[in-house]
Write a protein that binds this ligand. Structure first.
Ligand code: GLU
Length: 297
């Protein structure tokens, strides 16, 4: 392990474990494809494997037709991943909605360790925290409205009516260094670049951050490939690894894919969805090229 960053160092190329962790909340576009393709390339370069995880916790937005399209698109582009008991404690592929007990255990551990407090603020923020913040800007620094003077175990909420979420308390001024395989060294300061963030929701679900950390650790992921819009989320997640005493993986953040006007792609860019491009007769290699070309712009 790198003692400065706490990030997991691989002992050899054969140990590389990457992952594909899409959320079936819409049809995928060139941006998703660029990230999947980078994950595939990294696993090949390192002679490692890819594990598949279906990040389907957002039951409002995850729909069966998107799940079907997710597998269909990935297979059409020739993606493959390992399945079976090798993948971790459970058999992969993982479905996050089947793993709530694991997230709950981690949340209760963080509560016991004094990292968590009950929060009555902003239901909308809480809902937004269920998914990775791909389609919006990063959340504002939490002003600390519900932050208590001292931190004990906040309990599971029945004793604190009005709780809408539980927040992870960051130590103001704590430095988080992300040694990124693509972007180099990036430094963040807790309390400045991001504040206390939602870790658990009143409705019994983890935030994206907690679920990602618990799963990446359980899947023994050595490198997380994700979009550069998640850099600050990575810094938050490194604090969860530290709190839980787990080694963080290495990271490789991909540049974002832009539309014609330079805005990063979102699921609203229907014309650049993989479905639409396939429907227009493009071949996989051509679509992959398009994703690469837009990334470099
Ligand atoms: N399911 C998340 C997404 O698609 C995963 C992001 C990540 O942790 O890399 O945005």
């Amino acid at each position: 392990m790198n003692s400065k960053t706490g990030q997991n160092r691989r002992s050899g190329a054969a140990g590389y474990r990457g992952r594909l962790a899409p959320s079936p909340t819409g049809y995928f576009h060139l941006g998703h494809l660029a990230t999947f393709e980078t994950a595939r390339r990294r696993a090949r370069e390192e002679e490692g494997i890819l594990v598949f995880r279906n990040d389907n916790l957002d039951s409002r937005r995850c729909r069966p037709e998107y799940v079907e399209a997710m597998y269909d698109d990935l297979r059409w582009f020739g993606f493959s991943w390992v399945e079976g008991p090798d993948v971790g404690g459970d058999c992969g592929p993982y479905n996050q909605d089947e793993r709530i007990a694991h997230y709950r255990d981690a949340w209760l551990t963080l509560c016991r360790l004094g990292y968590v407090y009950a929060c009555r603020c902003s239901r909308r923020d809480v809902l937004n925290n269920l998914s990775a913040p791909h389609e919006g800007e990063d959340e504002p620094v939490y002003p600390g409205t519900c932050r208590p003077e001292t931190f004990g175990d906040p309990g599971d909420g029945d004793s604190a009516p009005g709780t809408v979420s539980w927040r992870f308390r960051v130590s103001e001024g704590e430095k988080v260094t992300v040694e990124d395989g693509n972007l180099g060294t990036r430094n963040f300061v807790a309390g400045v670049d991001f504040g206390d963030f939602v870790i658990w929701r009143r409705d019994g679900l983890p935030s994206y951050h907690l679920a990602a950390v618990v799963d990446d650790a359980a899947m023994r992921i050595t490198e997380v490939v994700r979009g550069a819009d998640l850099l600050v989320s990575t810094a938050r997640q490194i604090l969860i690894y530290r709190a839980l005493g787990l080694p963080a993986p290495e990271y490789y953040h991909c540049p974002l894919v832009r539309d014609e006007s330079g805005r990063r792609l979102a699921k609203r860019n229907g014309a650049l969805s993989l479905r639409a491009l396939r429907g227009n007769g493009y071949r996989p290699s051509e679509i992959l090229q398009m994703a690469g070309a837009r990334t470099r712009r």
